[in-house]
Structures are given as structure tokens and as C-alpha cells.
Design a protein around this ligand. Structure first.
Ligand SMILES: Nc1ncnc2c1ncn2[C@@H]1O[C@H](COP(=O)(O)OP(=O)(O)O)[C@@H](O)[C@H]1O
Ligand SMILES: [Mg+2]
Length: 496
């Protein structure tokens, strides 16, 4: 079977590893926009080839596709979906695992995602307001208080600012920060011509985050085990937001801080969203889909955003866990024959993924780019871990150079977090910078300390949302206006 994988990063390397062990004996072809050494190697080992091509250009990709003539095309990242690559290839009669442009709107536009949830009263929705004009936005945030400011378009894990409004004496300065940030975001969003609203302001919530991924053919929704990503750059969840510095999974389908009921509720939300999305866009959703969730006191399982693809690095955790033939599952989804398929996993193990990034990431990608690195994969393998190549390229001199984002992901597995944590801490030592430019990773991911901290927070928000359930207040924001009374209608109203 000829498989063409589209995408260049760590998630695609994870996909390649999952696919290549299939009994369908795939020949693996890859279309990527830089020479990822990991992907290149997987293609060669699997009797295929790697092509360098602009991944947001449907015409350029169609040319590669016609040359390869694959039985199945698998789309890794979101941007090709946003640019209509899936639609263009399906139109030519190819079988594609990936979301169409209209389905992928749920990731591309955070405003659409939120609006869809409100229109159909889907649980886990947050109050928000979207803005086209900078003046309107600045005026609004003067009284908005405890909020999060986001670019209205998915911008690759950049641009979200969480502004906790706690100390009254800082209110004035904070307002200044908010206004400056609104200005900055508007300027950045100006370059995207494919959106209507530029920013959104939403209610801030607190809790523990996790990702719930599924594979779907439009009817059957097949959940993957829950994974927790760590978006902050530095230890103990401080520093700027990144595309994800690492992730943990297990044991089994849950995480130590998510109960079975919360897991069920999460996938109920995801199934409902997929249903209403398909009704609205009048197209089947075929591909990977995920909810980036937060367990909050406001709702219990709450939606932060959606992905029209697998999470990165979240998919990496799945590599050691999946026992089923993953390629067969993707192929069945793409052919709309997913019903009766079961995903078998090894429920006894846990996995930890750690990303290693060059200093400078995420705020100064230029500084983080162009540094030679060496990875002692053999030693990492000896420890029992796997290496995934992400934002790193092989240049003409044969050496590997950083490209400014997370360069390497190390995937470790074992029987307990304690054991896997030790392995991952050992393994990260075998990634070297060759020019002295510092590399960094998060030591705390998978640690006992961070895990118990998460469990403590989860227990706290659980108490709150359960009492909200008991009082009929789940997901409700009441506003008290002195002299006028208590209103169900929030300050932040949503667009219809
Ligand atoms: N409403 C919110 N309340 C609190 N924190 C939030 C909220 N929305 C986003 N965040 C935080 O900001 C991060 C990034 O936001 P997200 O919407 O996922 O954007 P991105 O596209 O950058 O991933 C989240 O992982 C979460 O930690
Ligand atoms: Mg996110």
C-alpha cells in the first residue's frame, strides 16, 4: 500500500512511526517543507521517497500526489487543511485522511469554534466577545476584568495572553498592558487575510489542561487515550506559551487527575461538536479531531480550543501505547468504514514526551535558528526511549540544524511515572548543541511534584463544579448590577 504523509514536524514523525509497523506493509512517501532527517529516513526505510514542497500550495502538492499516486494520503498539520489541500486532493479522486477546509474552520477560527458551541448549547463553552476593530476592543477591555486575549485565528500556538485580574492596585497598569497587547495583536493579525474577526476576549478559567484526540470518519468517533500537553516554556508552567514542551499519558485511557466520568463527558462534548459542525458545514468530518480541554470549576470539562488534526506533541505519546494497526484505522476512517473498529492499547503503561528546544524559542525564533545539533539516538534507544525529529533540518553539509522551534522530542514509556520520568531525564542528555548555543527542556514534566500539584488542583475544581451541578449553576455566569438585580446574562456577550 502506498501512503503519502503530508507534513514536516514531530507529529508527522510520530505518524510515520505509527504507520510503518502496519501489516498493510506501507511504502511511505512524504511531502514536507524542509528536510526533516527523521522523516527522510522513515521514507527511505519504507521504500518510499521524501519530497520538499510548499505545504500550503494545493497545486504543488497535487503535483507530488500525481507522481506518487498513493492509495492513502494522510495530512498532519492544520495549515494545509486551512488552504484547501484536502479538498483539492479529494476532488482529484484521492483518498485523504484529513479535514476539509470548511471542517478545519473549527480550528482556524477560534471565533467560529466558540460561536458554534453557543449556537448549539454545547457544554464546556466559555463566554467571549470577538472584535473586528481595535477601538471597539480597547473600549471593551476597560471593564472586562479577568480575561484572556487571543488572536481570532490559529497562529501556531502564539499570541494568547492570560491576564489574571486579581490585585486592584495593579488595575491601571494592567489595563495599559491589555491595551498594548490588543494593539500588538491587531497589527500581527493584519497579515492574515483569511479571517473576519481579528481578536477575541474570553472569560478566564482555571484548572488542569488535557487533550482529547479522536479519529473519525464522520459517523464513528474513535477516542484515543487522554494526553496532557505542557504549553508553557519553563518549569512549573511559567514563561511564554509554546506549541508544547512535552506531554504525559496514562495509565490507560485516563490521566491521574481526570476521572472516568470526566473522560466520558469530554468525549460526549467532542461527539456533539462534530455532529453540529457537520450539520453546519454540510460535509462529513474525516480525519483527526481534538479538544484542548481544561477541567474547571465553571463547567468540569471545558473547551479551550479545538484541533482539526492530532496534537503535537500529544500524538507522540500514543506511539508506544497503541496495539492496533494504526494505519488500518486511518485508512478505514478515510474510506468511511470506521464502524466496528476497536482501538486496542496497552493499558498498563505510561508515557512521557519531552521536547528539546533551542534557547530563544518561542519569542525569538531567529536567535533559536541555525544551530548545529547532534543526537545520539543509539544511547537514547538503549535507555528504552525513542527520538522524534521536529523542527530540525539536514543541510547540504550533512549536519542537522535547528529551525527555531522545538527541535527534538524524546518519547519514553514504562510501568510508572516514576520509572519513566527517570528514563526521560537520562535520555535528554544525549541531545547536544554543537556550537554552544543552549538547548532547554522542562525538567518538571512527568515529575511527582507536578503530578501531585495537578491532582490537587483537579480535586479543588471538582469540588466547585460538583457544587455548581448541585445548584443548577453549571456553566452559568451571573452578573449583579447594584440596584438592578442579578442577571443570567453575562457582561461578555457572544456573537451570533
Ligand atoms: N479562557 C481561558 N482561560 C484560562 N486560560 C486560557 C484560556 N484560553 C487559553 N488559555 C491558556 O492559554 C493557552 C493557549 O490558548 P489556546 O486557545 O490553546 O491557543 P493556542 O492556539 O495558542 O494554543 C492554553 O493552553 C491555556 O493554558
Ligand atoms: Mg492551544
Amino acid at each position: 500500500m502506498k501512503v503519502l504523509l503530508i507534513g514536516s514536524g514531530g507529529r508527522e514523525h510520530a505518524l510515520a512511526k505509527l504507520i510503518k509497523r502496519s501489516l498493510l506493509e506501507p511504502r511511505l512517501f512524504i511531502a514536507m517543507d524542509y528536510r526533516n532527517p527523521g522523516l527522510e529516513r522513515e521514507a527511505i526505510e519504507r521504500n518510499g521517497m521524501a519530497y520538499i514542497v510548499n505545504l500550503i500550495d494545493p497545486m504543488a502538492i497535487a503535483k507530488v500526489v500525481e507522481e506518487v499516486s498513493p492509495d492513502l494520503i494522510i495530512i498532519g498539520p492544520e495549515e494545509p487543511q486551512f488552504h484547501g489541500v484536502v479538498d483539492a486532493l479529494r476532488e482529484k479522486g484521492f483518498t485523504v485522511f484529513g479535514a476539509s477546509r470548511r471542517c478545519a474552520e473549527i480550528e482556524k477560527s477560534k471565533v467560529y469554534a466558540r460561536t458554534l458551541m453557543w449556537r448549539h448549547s454545547i457544554d464546556g463553552r466559555l463566554y467571549f466577545k470577538a472584535f473586528r476593530s481595535i477601538e471597539e476592543a480597547k473600549k471593551f477591555i476597560e471593564f472586562a476584568g479577568d480575561i484572556v486575549i487571543k488572536p481570532a485565528r490559529q497562529a501556531g500556538g502564539k499570541g494568547v495572553k492570560v491576564l489574571k485580574d486579581a490585585q486592584a492596585y495593579l488595575a491601571k497598569d494592567r489595563l495599559e498592558v491589555k491595551k498594548n497587547y490588543v494593539e500588538k495583536l491587531f497589527a500581527e493579525m493584519d497579515s492574515y487575510k483569511d479571517i473576519d474577526y481579528k481578536i477575541l476576549v474570553e472569560q478566564r478559567v482555571e484548572g488542569v489542561e488535557y487533550t482529547a484526540m479522536v479519529v473519525t470518519d464522520g459517523e464513528t468517533v474513535l477516542p484515543l487515550p487522554l494526553v496532557q500537553d505542557h504549553p508553557h516554556a519553563f518549569e512549573f508552567d511559567i514563561g511564554p506559551e509554546t506549541g508544547g514542551m512535552g506531554s504525559i499519558q496514562g495509565p490507560g485511557w485516563l490521566l491521574p487527575f481526570v476521572t472516568f466520568d470526566e473522560y466520558r463527558k469530554t468525549f460526549e462534548i467532542i461527539s456533539n461538536v462534530l455532529k453540529v459542525l457537520q450539520t453546519e458545514v454540510r460535509e462529513p468530518y474525516v480525519g483527526a479531531f481534538a479538544g484542548q480541554m481544561m477541567l474547571t470549576g465553571f463547567w468540569g470539562p471545558t473547551v479551550i480550543e479545538f484541533y482539526s488534526r492530532f496534537g503535537d506533541p500529544e500524538l507522540s505519546n500514543i506511539i508506544p501505547v497503541v496495539e492496533s494497526d494504526f494505519l488500518e484505522i486511518l485508512d478505514r476512517a478515510a474510506n468511511r468504514r470506521l464502524s466496528s473498529v476497536k482501538l486496542m492499547i496497552d493499558e498498563s503503561i505510561v508515557t512521557i514526551v519531552k521536547a528539546i528546544a533551542p534557547a530563544g524559542y518561542p519569542d525569538n525564533r531567529k536567535l533559536a535558528s541555525g544551530h548545529p545539533v547532534y543526537i545520539d539516538e543509539a544511547r537514547i534507544r538503549e535507555i528504552g526511549c525513542e527520538t522524534l525529529y521536529a523542527s530540525v533540518e539536514r543541510r547540504a553539509d550533512g549536519k542537522l540544524y535547528t529551525k527555531g522551534s522545538r527541535a527534538i522530542e524524546i518519547v519514553c514509556k514504562g510501568d510508572s511515572y516514576e520509572e519513566v520520568y527517570k528514563k526521560s531525564e537520562l535520555a535528554v542528555n544525549f541531545v547536544y548543541s554543537l556550537d554552544g548555543h543552549p538547548l532547554f527542556y522542562r525538567r518538571d514534566i512527568g515529575s511527582e511534584e507536578l503530578l501531585s500539584n495537578r491532582m490537587r488542583i483537579a480535586e479543588k475544581v471538582r469540588t466547585v463544579y460538583r457544587s455548581r451541578v448541585a445548584n443548577g449553576l453549571l456553566g452559568k455566569m451571573l452578573v449583579w448590577i447594584p440596584g438592578e438585580g442579578v442577571f443570567d446574562n453575562p457582561l461578555i456577550s457572544f456573537v451570533r
